[in-house]
Ligand binder design. Sequence first.
Ligand SMILES: Nc1ncnc2c1ncn2[C@@H]1O[C@H](COP(=O)(O)OP(=O)(O)OP(=O)(O)O)[C@@H](O)[C@H]1O
Length: 797
Amino acid sequence: MLAANNMFTLVYIGQQDLHVQRYIGINTSWTELTGSIERLEAGDKRVIATHQLLPEDNINVVVRVRPLSNREIKSGDESGVQFPGNGQIHCDGIPNSGDKKPKLFSYNVVFEPAASQEDILQYSGVKKLIEMAVEGFSCTAFCYGQTGSGKTHTLTGPPGLFNGKNPYSEGHGLVFRSFVYLFKILQERQDCNFVLRASFLEIYNEKVIDLLNPGTSRKPLAVRWSKKIRGFFVENLFTVECEELDDLLAVLEEGMRNRSVGSHNMNDHSSRSHTILTVHITSEQQMENGVFISKQGKINFVDLAGSEMTKKTQSEGKTLEEANNINKSLMVLGYCIASLSDGKKKAGHIPYRDSKLTKLLADSLAGNGVSLMIACISPARSNASETINTLRYAARAKKIRTKPIIVMDPREALILSLKREVGALQTENDHLRVALNLGGESPIFARVEPKAGERRPLPTPPRVDLDKLAELEGPELGQLVRDYITENEALRRENAELYVTREQVMRDQEQVCRENERLLKKLEDVNSVCCRSPIIPARPNYSAELSSSVNGDYVPGAANVWTNPNLDPNQATFTTSKDNTGGEVTSGGSVRGMPEKVLKELDKRRIGGSFNNILEAYKDKSHHRRNNSWDNGNVANSPDQTSSPVDPSHNRKGATLRRTSTVPEERSLAMSNFDDNHPPLKSHSLNDDTSTPDSVLSGPILEGNNLAPGTADSVAPTAAFPVIASRTSSPFTSPELDDGIETSNVSSRGSRPRQEIPGSAGTKVANGLPAHRVFGSLVSLDGDDPHFLSTSLTNKH
Ligand SMILES: Nc1ncnc2c1ncn2[C@@H]1O[C@H](COP(=O)(O)OP(=O)(O)OP(=O)(O)O)[C@@H](O)[C@H]1O
């Protein structure tokens, strides 16, 4: 048989003993988790309670139905409630009224009249509440119901219990049993230090009376709003520190002795006030990082005075005044519950301030607390109206959701959260610094990131021995908090600055990328012309590039010396030409007046050097033809020359290098890299039958160092340009070579794809330097080249 301890524990009750099993039912449906609690009594099994598991985050509502009282039995009253099971209760209609329709309600647990005081402790969920209070939550268990329905009996036991000699009577209610359970838990928790303090008050005729220190005049205490805790509190309420269970029990006993009790027609020992017994549980635990954390949980036991039909109770005078105040405050509580349970009204005004009771229960009802409502009802038909009202009240309360939080010392919580935040900010800032430093030698990055010595020092709070944190006085603790706040603010500022810097760097990069795109497009246009033209510049005009790149203007008329592209590279003659600036350009040599490094770079990027020549060829083909000197006239006369520049039927394996390198070392370097990864490319030969100008032109353009100045590919790759591997077909590569060539995007912002030799990025080529193949070029990424490239780009802008 199945029983429940709230939502967390299922209990299988055998004939004699209980076997408790933890509920971990993620895969178990709710319907499976309903059942009944039965007990063997006098040879018969009796159902004590039925239950169903409801969502955890709502107020947990259980119903306790007391047995018919002697008075009711004597008057011939009968039970008007039935228990269909699964936490349901069926209530007959109200006799002698228009509402005779029976009602069915569902709750977490319904305790039938046979349930004992211990059953309420075990299965109502109060144990979980106590555990949560120990963990630092604000918890509340409150009993609600009409007068004489058994609220006080459920919470504290039958009248006169505390006058008896047996302190451990069977009749003890939930409070007593909860205290015993609480001390059991505390004894098991060796990792924490606990301090318990208890207070006990009553709200009698809208006045708060301290039940532990009522004084002879029973002077009422003020209920005030605290900004600090953002809640109401009772000013000057007496709290007693309780080191032992007996201290807590003494508080209970003392409060019960002092509370207002009256007598009326329905209850000889009727509570004439609402009482709130609170146990504050302060725990102190050492965390992993050495910091001591103190949490302040509490558990309230609220015994509400019963709603009364004064006609029935025949209250008069003082009792009538009490009844009116009780009903009034219960009505406000009812409004609050109704508003809180209504999703639409919840965001609106909740009338907590309309009664002292709701002010003090505000947190338990809808704040950050965890609550358990025990609705007490009488089974008598004569009480059907009140019973249905109570059940409706409870059904509404069931819909209320709270947001439980652990209450911590605000200063310690602040220190802890600031420490966490400082750590997170420091990590983030370090990360940003590292990210920005990646381009440390680039002028862009150099501009945004101050050098190590220039970094602003951050104010650091003094080191504190965490073990002694608890011993710190208020002002010292305050100072520590201020120090952390200052550091935190400084880190935030630095963080914001770094973000601004990063944004700036990203903008710059974007600009560079856009410019690269533009130049690349231009290069593509030129190359497409070049593909259709038999005119291949054998020797680049560096000065044209130079003048173009320096002044941004193209200077036409430069002397172009052309050679047969099919010429064996070994036979390629070194030619000398005059550049636009009059500098003499010799293959492998230098232009007078140009720095060696620049020339070396230009030499590598021959297509860039020939850029303007090709452009010129595009503009005026005949002009170029006039300036070309072909070694092989047959080639020039090839019929294919004027037809389609790309022959799809051309055997590309046979189609070798489209342009010859005039720098043997470079060529061999390029080839050596290809040889590692691809089928060897055949050297072109003038005697090769398949070699026509067109066939040469339709071959891969990979060998010609076709790097345009200022293209995206000429920028040294940095971590700021994530390389995303992709296989993009390029007009500059033959299919065979595509197989072995990885195409990478230069940046995630949609820049041109860059072709790389497999393994070139981050790997070493023969000369030990990492290499990137860029549009058929090998760009050595040694220490100087990237800087030269990026600098020239930056200077352009
Ligand atoms: N479950 C129960 N088993 C046996 N007796 C009960 C039970 N519940 C209540 N009683 C008895 O019924 C009587 C009324 O109970 P109690 O005083 O607790 O009601 P109450 O709801 O607190 O009323 P009031 O609101 O007037 O204070 C008491 O004598 C109590 O012992």
